[in-house]
Ligand binder design. Sequence first.
Ligand code: APR
Length: 250
Amino acid sequence: MCNEVKIQKAAEILRKSKYTIAFTGAGISVESGIPPFRGDDGIWSKYDPKTLELGFFYENPLESWEVITQLFYDYFGKAQSNKAHIVLAEMEKRGMLKCVITQNIDNLHQQAGSKVVHEFHGNSQKLVCTGCHSYFVPEDMDFDNLPPHCSKCGGLLKPDFIFFGESIPVDAFENSVEAAGKANAVILIGSTGEVMPAAQVPYIAKQNGATIIEVNPEKSNFTRSITDVFLEGKAAEVMEKLNDALFGKK
Ligand code: APR
């Protein structure tokens, strides 16, 4: 568990920082009931990542959609943002955080109130037709009738998040790289740092002189290379302590 001294040190860095960004991964949503991809009990220990490869999706839409529905839409609408998402939104509101750069597609940062969220891997809130590129929302979907097809042109629908082998949304990429280049401090929460190019973002910030504050119950690729202050623990618990150190205990 991270100790009080490190929490105070992190709070001091954040109070002094003129340009702070957050970089988040699946770990920040674990306490909202959404499992991580890697680690014990992770999604990839139960499902084959190939089902989220773009080529596999087009060749085996039913098999891919059966996994997609279990992974993302069975949780859909049930998961609630937790204290970690809420503290980041509060920091933004108080002018202490410029943006959240997230690898997550669960929309929990927006649900918590964050306004500037760069979604490196897209978002599960929309579906797009691979034929006519019309957009739909999951509420319009009949998940008992897979794979879903477009009501306008009959084309195959795809979740609007990024599959393996698919390019990163240009806006999210450019905005994230720009923010990382300006950051004095990064709050890095819940990521193994296994997946590129997303995991480059904290490295870009570090190269530009940013101080890296990492929140994770376990060490990650970042801990061993660029982290300056490692707050060992679960996101909601640690961010609650950081919130108290920054804004005073309520
Ligand atoms: N609080 C904070 N971190 C946690 C918690 C928690 N309660 N529980 C687990 N973690 C940490 C794990 O220790 C691990 O470092 O969250 C991280 C989860 O790692 P991954 O599942 O690999 O998540 P992430 O790094 O976001 O994966 C990146 O991989 O499959 C792709 O597109 C997918 O966006 C995802 C990308």
